[in-house]
Design a protein around this ligand. Structure first.
Ligand code: ZN
Length: 277
């Protein structure tokens, strides 16, 4: 079976799953298209991905940055905290990965007996995700208007993406879990110090994001996870390229850091976990 047919079959097996972003009616699989009762239609692309946006949205992610991101994530940069999330998942989970980018973390989290869906607003990112050898389904969609029916998922993972909590709660079944990764103070400290020493960007404080989450979900647990990731100079260059933090850095600071890379990069995050009623 071709990939487009495989993915269409997987979407049909997982139904009800997708909802029309125009009229909110359920989308059903017909051939290799998704069609709603009002005849709004979304065709699968060759790799079985779907684009739910009416018009392309320009993002800061270029193909070069996405390729760097792919190499860094395949090398295991996020693996320790992905493993911490995976340990909490059920093999039958219906998992939605928010802002999945090029899809490597989604593929690493995909559950054997469940359904895994990743979406991102960047079409080039989803094109790369579609090329992965993974059972996960990938689509281009808008965080504020998720193209999924209510109660479609038992787990939502949000790795460094903004939270759209009302939408997360709509698509989650009662008792479903949110797993959210936010940076902590020491995240990428070598990059912050190397690029922004002496400025207010040299340090990071997650209290605004953390407080907002804890106000909404007072029963959430917080699990600090930190480690040092060893990177050779080529992988370090990729880390600098994939990180939004570095994009506005002064050119001289960036060149100096790349010329004299640190032996390792510190990853310091908090895993927030909550069951939503
Ligand atoms: Zn429709």
């Amino acid at each position: 079976m071709r990939k487009i047919e495989e993915k269409a079959a997987a979407m049909a097996a997982a139904a009800p799953l997708f909802a029309c972003p125009v009229c909110q009616e359920e989308l059903t699989v017909t051939g290799t298209s998704l069609i709603c009762a009002n005849n709004h239609r979304y065709d699968l692309a060759k790799k079985g991905t779907v684009n739910f946006l009416n018009a392309p949205v320009a993002t800061e992610y270029t193909e070069e940055m996405l390729a760097s991101r792919r190499r860094v994530l395949q090398a295991g940069f996020f693996d320790p905290f992905l493993q911490a999330i995976a340990a909490k998942l059920d093999p039958r989970d219906r998992l939605l990965d928010i802002g999945c980018g090029e899809g490597t973390p989604t593929a690493k989290l995909a559950q054997p007996d469940g359904v895994t869906v990743g979406f991102d607003i960047s079409a080039p990112a989803i094109k790369l995700a579609g090329a992965l050898d993974s059972p996960a389904l990938f689509c281009v969609a808008d965080l504020a208007h998720l193209p999924f029916t209510g109660n479609s998922f038992s787990a939502v993972t949000d790795i460094f993406s903004p939270g759209a909590y009302a939408e997360f709660e709509r698509v989650l079944r009662p008792g479903g879990h949110i797993y959210k990764i936010i940076p902590a103070a020491g995240y990428l400290t070598e990059l912050r110090q190397g690029l922004y020493a002496g400025t207010d960007k040299a340090t990071y404080d997650n209290s605004r994001v953390l407080d907002h989450f804890m106000e909404r979900y007072p029963n959430a647990t917080q699990e600090p996870i930190s480690y040092d990731f060893q990177a050779d100079s080529s992988l370090f260059t990729d880390i600098v390229k994939m990180t939004p933090l570095s994009w506005q850095a002064p050119a001289d600071k960036r060149a100096a850091l790349l010329a004299n890379p640190p032996a390792s990069i510190h990853v310091d995050v908090v895993l927030l976990t909550v069951a939503v009623q």
